[in-house]
Design a binder for this molecule. Structure first.
Ligand SMILES: Nc1ncnc2c1ncn2[C@@H]1O[C@H](COP(=O)(O)OP(=O)(O)O[C@H]2O[C@H](CO)[C@@H](O)[C@H](O)[C@H]2O)[C@@H](O)[C@H]1O
Length: 471
C-alpha cells in the first residue's frame, strides 16, 4: 500500500503549530503498515537541513505557475520525503505562510497550488519513475487542491483530506483561477466557489474521496452552523454519506517526564518533589515570586481560537486567589502585546515568553500544576495531552478533542461555555483540588498514566486507506 502524505509543516524541519507535530508523528506510526512518503514544499529551512536531495523529476510550467523539480530525500530515521524545489516560490525567510512580520505571502495561491498540482502528478506516477501512490492523504487547505487536480486530470486515485482546522480555508479572489489552472466550470456553489471567492479548502471538501478530522466530536460539530464556518451544509452531506469521520490524534512517545532530557529534573507519577523542582526552575526562569500557590500554564498559538482573551479577563482573579500564570507561544500581535502588558503589570505573577521553543514548553508542562485551554473550538488539541503526561491537569472547554481527551474530575476539568464565568468555574475547581492533597495526587496519577499513543490512530487511518484503495 503506497501512500503520499501531503503536508506543509513537519516538526523535523519547520514548526508552526499542531499540524507540524502530526505530520512528524503520524507517517512514522504508519510506516509498519504502509509505504508512506511525505511531500513538503522546499522551504529554505528544509533545504538547509536535508543533506542529500536527489532530483527525481521535473514539472513543466502550468498556467501562471513556474516550472519546478521534485527532490527525494529522507529524514535521519529513514522516512522518505519528497520536496518540491522552486526557489522563486519557497526559498524565502519567514514561516511557511508569511514573511518575518507574519504577513501572508501575496502569492500563496500560486505557492500551494503549484505544490498540490505536483503532488497529484507524483501520485499519478508522472514524476518519480520508481514510485506512484495508491492513495493520497492531504492535510488542510494548503494541500486541498490535490484531490481537485486529480479529478480535473481524470485520475481515479482515492484521496483523503484531513481537516486540522476548518477556520483556515485559503480564500483567494476569482482571478486566481486563471493563475493556477483551475477550470472556470468548477467555479460554482457545488464546486470551488465560496461567496464569489475561490476556496482551496472547499475544493478538497468537494473532491476528496473521504474527509477526516482530528476528533469525532469536531467531526460532528463542523456539520453545525456554530462550528461549520459556512461549510456545514456540504459537510453534512458528506457526513450523511459516511464520508466524514473523526480520528483522534496521538502524541509522540518522547513526551515522557521520566526520560525527557530537557527538564530541570526528570520525574514519574508520585514523585511530586521532582515535579516541584521543575516548578521552582520555571518560577526562577520567568522571574516569578516564590510561591506555594498553583501555577497555571498556557502553551498555545496565541490566536482568538485559543481563548487567550478569556484568560486575560480572569487573570486578576487567578492572581488574587494566589495563582501564577506562565505563557509561551506566538501568534496574533495584539494578543502577544496584551500578554506582555499583563506581565508588565504583574511581573511577580505572570511570566510570558513570546516565541516557541519545544524544550521550554516541556519545562512549563513539567513545572505547572494546571494547563489552561479555554479554546472556543478545538479540533483535537495537543497541549492538553502533553500536559496530562507531565502531570499538569488541563482545564478545558468541553469542545472538540478536549471533550474526548480530558476526563472531567479525573484527569482534568471541563467547563461548558467559552465565557469568563464558565472558565472561572473550572479554575475554582482547580484551586479546590490543589489544596485537597489526596485528590490532587490521584488526579495527577490518572492523568500521567493515560496513553495517547499514535498507534491507535495509525490503525484507524490504515484501515481507512485499505477500505478506500482496496489494496
Ligand atoms: N508558535 C507556536 N506557538 C505555540 N505552540 C506551538 C507553536 N508552534 C508549535 N507549537 C506546538 O503546537 C502545539 C499546539 O498544538 P494544538 O494541536 O494544540 O493546536 P493548533 O491549533 O496549532 O493545531 C491544529 O491542528 C492540530 C493537529 O491536528 C489540532 O490538534 C488542533 O486542534 C488544531 O487547532 C503546542 O503544544 C506546541 O507544542
Amino acid at each position: 500500500m503506497r501512500v503520499l502524505f501531503v503536508t506543509t509543516e513537519m516538526d523535523d524541519f519547520v514548526r508552526v503549530g499542531g499540524l507540524g507535530a502530526v505530520s512528524a508523528a503520524l507517517p512514522r506510526a504508519l510506516r509498519p503498515l504502509a509505504d508512506i512518503r511525505v511531500m513538503l514544499p522546499g522551504y529554505r529551512d528544509i533545504i538547509e537541513q536535508l543533506t542529500h536531495i536527489q532530483i527525481v523529476g521535473r514539472c513543466p510550467a502550468f498556467a501562471e505557475m513556474p516550472a519546478c523539480s521534485l527532490g527525494r530525500a529522507a529524514t535521519r530515521d529513514g522516512l522518505p520525503v519528497y520536496v518540491l524545489l522552486c526557489s522563486q516560490l519557497y526559498d524565502r525567510p519567514g514561516n511557511p505562510y508569511g514573511d518575518e512580520s507574519g504577513r501572508d505571502w501575496p502569492d500563496n495561491d500560486i505557492r500551494f497550488a503549484r505544490f498540490a498540482s505536483a503532488a497529484a502528478e507524483l501520485a499519478m506516477g508522472k514524476l518519480d519513475k520508481n514510485w506512484a501512490a495508491d492513495l493520497i492523504h492531504a492535510n488542510d487547505w494548503q494541500a486541498s487542491l490535490v484531490p481537485a487536480y486529480l479529478a480535473w486530470r481524470g485520475a481515479k486515485l482515492p484521496s483523503i483530506l484531513t481537516i486540522h482546522n476548518l477556520a483556515y480555508q485559503g480564500l483567494f479572489p476569482k482571478d486566481s483561477l486563471r493563475r493556477i489552472g483551475v477550470p472556470e466550470s468548477s467555479f460554482h456553489i457545488d464546486g470551488v466557489e465560496f461567496y464569489d471567492q475561490l476556496s482551496f479548502l472547499k475544493a478538497g471538501l468537494v473532491y476528496a474521496s473521504h474527509l477526516t478530522t482530528v476528533s469525532g466530536t469536531y467531526a460532528r460539530e463542523i456539520t453545525t452552523e456554530e462550528f461549520g464556518c459556512g461549510l456545514e451544509g456540504l459537510l453534512r452531506v458528506r457526513s450523511d454519506a459516511a464520508e466524514l469521520t473523526g480520528i483522534l490524534n496521538g502524541i509522540d512517545e518522547s513526551w515522557d517526564p521520566r526520560s525527557c532530557a530537557q527538564l530541570a529534573q526528570q520525574f514519574g507519577a508520585g514523585d511530586w518533589v521532582g515535579k516541584k523542582a521543575n516548578a521552582d526552575y520555571v518560577r526562577k526562569q520567568f522571574g516569578l515570586a516564590v510561591s506555594r500557590g498553583p501555577m497555571f500554564a498556557i502553551v498555545a498559538r496565541l490566536v482568538h481560537q485559543k481563548g487567550i482573551d478569556l484568560v486575560l479577563s480572569a487573570a486578576d482573579e487567578i492572581i488574587d486567589a494566589g495563582g501564577q500564570i506562565v505563557v509561551t507561544g506566538s501568534g496574533e500581535p495584539a494578543l502577544e502585546q496584551a500578554l506582555i502588558d499583563a506581565h508588565r503589570r504583574r511581573p511577580d505573577a505572570i511570566g510570558v515568553t513570546i516565541g516557541f521553543n519545544e524544550a521550554q514548553a516541556r519545562r512549563i508542562f513539567a513545572g505547572s500544576d494546571f494547563t489552561l485551554m479555554p479554546s472556543r473550538f478545538e479540533p483535537c488539541g495537543l497541549s492538553q495531552m502533553y500536559a496530562q503526561r507531565f502531570g499538569s491537569l488541563p482545564i478545558g472547554h468541553q469542545t472538540g478533542g478536549l471533550a474526548e481527551t480530558i476526563t472531567d474530575g479525573e484527569t482534568g476539568f471541563l467547563f461548558s461555555h467559552p465565557s469568563r464565568a464558565s472558565f472561572l468555574g473550572g479554575v475554582r475547581r482547580a484551586f479546590s483540588t490543589f489544596v485537597a492533597h489526596d485528590q490532587l495526587d490521584s488526579m495527577r496519577r490518572s492523568a500521567m498514566g493515560r496513553s495517547f499513543s499514535w498507534s491507535i490512530s495509525a490503525g484507524s487511518y490504515s484501515a481507512l486507506y485499505r477500505k478506500l484503495a482496496s489494496v
